[in-house]
Ligand binder design. Structure first.
Ligand code: UD1
Length: 374
């Protein structure tokens, strides 16, 4: 029996591991799959609500790391996850995405000589001011198995000198989760239970949490100007489930009153996975700075404006519904107007985003990775 530990830490990690957990269950005679949650995200809405929606079991290990500076958070995870590895002796450690938990767990495992695999490897924004970009580059540089979601990932890893035997173009496990969740969604019921007084397909949905957008009062204010345009000028309902980091900054920059006075704005706590997907599926367009939402909207064929200067997920712009717009009020408003008044109707779903990425990864783990270790 071989042992695999998958590490999750923050909200965007859970949906990438849940389908893999199901896929690995099919191999339980040869693989024991354990989950370690670092506790990087710890609020009910940012953690437990997601585990429930995704049908994930409670984690086998919970490190309770919490918030802190990058150094503190990464360092604490490194120390605590090393203890888990020493006690549990996994054959493989799997990490996902690009958060601090990703690099910290990879470093702990690699230095103990444990093989590591990265799910969502190879993505590059080429913007090293993003903490996630540093986490991606470092994680890929020391991981043994690199599981890739889109073609650009293969190109980037090849360009960086990784050998082709380590690179597996498998598709997108987050889309596996999305496809698994879709039949469970009931928009009409949700509109009733949330007592929303606007109509499906006639509202915008927004998420915002990147440090570059929310940690600076001028930039945050610029984005509030965009929200004012949507709610006050267009009169379009705008649903905004607000990330804890953003809420904290809105309050400390004294911007809460300004936000509260926007007409047609529906501010909510972070939503659970199924409710958020449901609201995304029936929105007119999405405004975001997230990584994963660029992919989910492309799959759902919902127009998405990504308020950033770069994306690590170029396929969503090349063939999907994503438009990359620098986060200035004028540019974003002009993108909103072109979606509303001059919509583009053609988009495609990227190759291998077919709900089977996790099965492919499980198969590769069984056939290739674990035989290397045998
Ligand atoms: C992290 C990831 C980012 C990911 C995002 C998704 C890194 C470097 N960043 O950013 O890539 O897109 O998660 O949400 O790993 N907080 C709470 N409750 C929580 C979690 C956080 O209140 O459950 C607050 C804390 O005050 C914390 C702040 O939010 O200081 C930021 O949290 P943190 O985990 O440091 O980074 P995120 O901005 O969430």
């Amino acid at each position: 029996m071989k042992k695999i530990i998958s590490v999750v830490g923050a909200r965007p990690n859970y949906m990438k591991i849940a389908p893999l957990h199901r896929a690995l269950k099919q191999h339980e005679e040869t693989i024991q799959h354990l989950i370690c949650h670092t506790g990087q995200h710890y609020d009910y809405e940012m953690y437990e609500a997601f585990f429930q929606d995704l049908e994930l079991p409670s984690p086998d290990f919970f490190l309770g790391i919490g918030s802190g500076t990058h150094g503190e958070q990464t360092g604490k995870i490194l120390i605590e996850f090393e203890k888990v590895c020493i006690e549990t002796k996994p054959d493989i450690v799997l990490v996902v995405g690009d958060v601090n938990s990703t690099i910290a767990a990879t470093l702990a495992a690699t230095k103990l000589g444990i093989k590591t695999g990265h799910i969502e490897a190879g993505l590059r924004s080429f913007d090293r001011s993003m903490p996630e970009e540093i986490n991606r580059i470092l994680t890929d540089s020391i991981c043994d198995f690199l599981f890739v979601t889109e073609k650009s990932g293969v190109d980037n890893l090849t360009h960086e000198g990784h050998s082709p035997e380590k690179i597996f173009f498998v598709g997108n496990t987050m889309i596996d989760s999305l496809m698994y969740a879709l039949p469970k969604i009931n928009s009409t019921k949700l509109f009733e239970s949330l007592k929303l007084d606007f109509q499906p397909y006639n509202y915008a949905l927004m998420t915002l949490h990147r440090p570059s957008n929310v940690d600076n009062p001028q930039q945050l204010s610029e984005i509030i100007g965009i929200m004012e345009y949507i709610g006050n000028n267009l009169g379009l309902p705008l649903l905004f489930p607000i990330h804890p980091r953003t809420l904290k900054n809105v309050k400390s920059f004294n911007l809460f009153e300004r936000i509260s006075s926007i007409r047609n704005l529906y501010l909510s706590a972070p939503m659970n996975y199924l409710n958020f997907l449901s609201m995304m599926k029936t929105s007119k367009f999405v405004l975001t700075d997230s990584g994963g939402i660029q992919e989910e909207t492309t799959f759902l064929r919902i127009p998405c404006i990504t308020m950033r200067t770069s994306t690590e997920r170029p396929i969503t712009c090349e063939i999907g519904t994503n438009i990359l717009v620098p986060p200035s009020k004028d540019k974003v408003i002009s993108a909103i107007n072109s979606i509303l008044y001059n919509p583009k109707n053609t988009s495609e779903i990227p190759p291998l985003w077919d709900g089977k990425a996790s099965e492919r990864i499980a198969q590769i783990l069984v056939e290739k990775c674990l035989t290397i270790l045998a």
